[in-house]
Design a protein around this ligand. Structure first.
Ligand code: ATP
Ligand code: AMP
Ligand code: MG
Length: 196
């Protein structure tokens, strides 16, 4: 039975370091194998749709849109990303649970994750206190301020969401710890998953 799977979905709560770890792992693949792994950023694909419709001016405004709108934009972005994951090895940089004013929105609902058919769903995790600090130190984004306890809860709930998405698709779930000052260590694990 052929079971070609080209996508590795990398998830984790805002500010945990997904994009930083992905960029480092992609560079490792380039340096060691001279291979380019495209990174499909789900938030960027959604932002193109949402800003094109005049709904937001900044990517951090999207999680505050009515959830019905977020779902609609999510579906369009998911379709575009799934198309690109059909034929080549790709990384999808996204979230399993988005914290909205009306509760958690599932980032990988059935219609999105089935279309992408990932090999692995990676959960990037870090110490909640480090995440709080990374958020407040990063002036490039308008990240939410959350209590350390709530960051911990969000992170734990993401594990359940990742397992649910993996149950629908048969993907593996890999937890990668992004320890403070240890991006290379986390990126090496993502590199191994990409090359498996
Ligand atoms: P978002 O979901 O909001 O896009 P993200 O998970 O992609 O967030 P990044 O933008 O990669 O997070 O990282 C957030 C901040 O944390 C950045 O300023 C980055 O430099 C820093 N950072 C990432 N990993 C580490 C680490 N291991 N140690 C210290 N700082 C880190
Ligand atoms: P990011 O740069 O990864 O933080 O993405 C920017 C924003 O895009 C997030 O804060 C969410 O509002 C939105 N987003 C990203 N991935 C998803 C997803 N899978 N489902 C719904 N919204 C998403
Ligand atoms: Mg990011």
């Amino acid at each position: 039975m052929s079971d070609a799977r080209n996508a590795v979905i990398v998830t984790g709560i805002p500010g945990v370091g997904k994009t930083t770890v992905i960029d480092t792992a992609v560079k490792m693949v380039k340096d060691k194998h001279n291979e380019e792994v495209p990174v499909l950023n789900f938030g960027t694909a959604m932002f193109e749709v949402a800003s094109g419709r005049g709904l937001v001016e900044d990517r951090d405004e999207m999680r505050r849109l009515p959830t019905v709108t977020q779902r609609e934009v999510q579906q369009l972005a998911g379709e575009a990303i799934a198309k690109r994951a059909e034929s080549a090895k790709v990384i999808v940089d996204t979230h399993t649970l988005i914290l909205t004013p009306n509760g958690f929105l599932i980032g990988l609902p059935e219609w999105v994750v089935r279309a992408i058919k990932p090999k692995t769903i990676v959960l990037v995790e870090a110490d909640p206190e480090d995440i709080a600090r990374r958020r407040s130190d990063d002036s490039t984004r308008a990240r939410d301020v959350q209590m350390v306890e709530d960051i911990d809860t969000h992170q734990k709930m993401c594990r359940s969401a990742a397992v649910a998405a993996a149950t629908l698709t048969g993907a593996t779930v890999r937890i990668i710890k992004n320890r403070q000052g240890k991006v290379e260590e986390a990126a090496t694990q993502l590199y191994e998953t990409l090359m498996e």
